[in-house]
Design a protein around this ligand. Structure first.
Ligand code: AMP
Ligand code: MG
Length: 341
């Protein structure tokens, strides 16, 4: 299949992309979190095409994207807590799990009786949903098992020839997937951390708990609340190890890999003893967590592209604010391997 590349500022082609969605085609589009692979959320066949294009297991549900939170009641049973949280954080990088209405096909929700609702803030995403006139079901626009895509070039690398169109809207601002939350006895449960942080939800007066799958490996017979969290997800070709402890001891440990072309050392600008190493990959300022989040997936893709690298070492990020989301993605990439130094 020939894949069209559409610049986001071309309004005529944006309308064509919307028509492709309406008519059961697949269009990758930018959002503020990562790129999404969009399909008409009201057509069962469209969702099946998404699973096929990504090579994704069909029990891993898609998120339904709307242009306005007020639309949610058409597709799901909204609650007072949804109204409260959505009035502050939607549009934004947040997915809210609600009981679904029958109009959303089972294939979209992987057979669950709930649906994840998100209202992207990104102008291009919002426009695509409005132009298409239907809700858009979308997972991240990557091949299953690869890191999520944060630029059109990543989407082209993974999905060119497998989908109808890719809208190029530059780099995704946040770079990590949305925070996923569900309601549990009046409190908020975080199923996947993201840029809407625990602290931001607590600021609304909500009681917030973390699903175990956010920070720990589940045993064989445990099922996470967000089905996607059970997959090892992104495992880079190289073996990833996280280091925890004092920055000084971590950096001394990382320094022992100096000159090793089979080992990548991920470090921060402040780690002056490391940044000059030939195998250092500097992710940015340690204090600038937003930048770390923004760069993480593209750095992992870059590392995957270097076949010499067999091992990747990084300090385990602290879990305040968006740090929890960065930690969650890294610890999964590391298969939960953390060495205390
Ligand atoms: P992706 O954006 O590719 O990470 O895929 C969407 C993620 O949303 C998956 O990992 C799912 O686990 C999660 N998700 C979507 N719908 C639901 C739902 N109804 N219940 C729990 N998790 C969901
Ligand atoms: Mg994904």
């Amino acid at each position: 299949m020939e894949t069209m590349i559409i610049p986001s500022e071309d309004d005529k082609q944006m309308r064509l992309a919307a028509q492709i969605i309406r008519e059961c085609g697949l269009v990758a589009f930018p959002t503020e979190t990562v790129y999404g692979l969009g399909a008409n959320a009201l057509m069962s066949g469209a969702a099946e095409k998404v699973y096929a294009a990504k090579g994704r297991p069909s029990d891993n549900p898609l998120i339904v994207h709307l242009h306005d939170a007020g639309e949610a009641e058409k597709y799901a049973h909204v609650t007072p807590l949804f109204d409260k949280i959505s009035s502050v954080y939607m549009p934004g990088p947040l997915t809210y799990i609600l009981k679904k209405k029958p109009v959303i096909p089972d294939s979209v929700t992987g057979g669950l009786d709930t649906v994840g609702i998100r209202v992207p803030k990104n102008e291009t995403a919002n426009k695509l949903i409005r132009y298409s006139g239907v809700p858009i079901a979308a997972p991240s626009a990557n091949l299953s098992g690869r890191p999520s895509t944060t630029a059109a070039a990543h989407v082209i690398a993974d999905l060119y020839g497998r989908i109808d169109a890719i809208i190029d809207g530059g780099e995704a601002e946040i770079g990590l997937e949305s925070t996923i939350i569900a309601e549990e006895n009046g409190s908020v449960r975080i199923l996947r951390p993201g840029a809407i942080t625990v602290e931001m939800l607590r600021d609304l007066g909500c009681e917030v708990t973390l699903d175990k799958a956010v920070t720990e490996r589940l045993s064989e017979n445990e099922r996470p609340l967000a089905p996607g969290m059970k997959y090892r997800h992104y495992a880079p070709r190289a073996e990833v190890t996280l280091l925890s402890g004092e920055t000084g001891s971590i950096n001394r440990y990382l320094l022992t890999f100096a000159g090793r072309s089979d080992t990548a050392v991920i470090c921060y600008c402040e780690d002056e003893e490391l940044t000059e190493l030939s195998n250092a990959y500097v992710i940015g300022d340690r204090k600038d967590k937003k930048n770390t989040a923004h760069r993480l997936f593209s750095l992992l893709r870059e590392l995957d592209g270097n076949s010499e690298i067999k091992y990747i070492y990084s300090s385990a990020p602290d879990t305040d604010g968006i740090g929890l989301a960065i930690f969650n993605r890294l610890v999964k990439a590391a298969g939960y391997r953390i060495i205390k130094v």
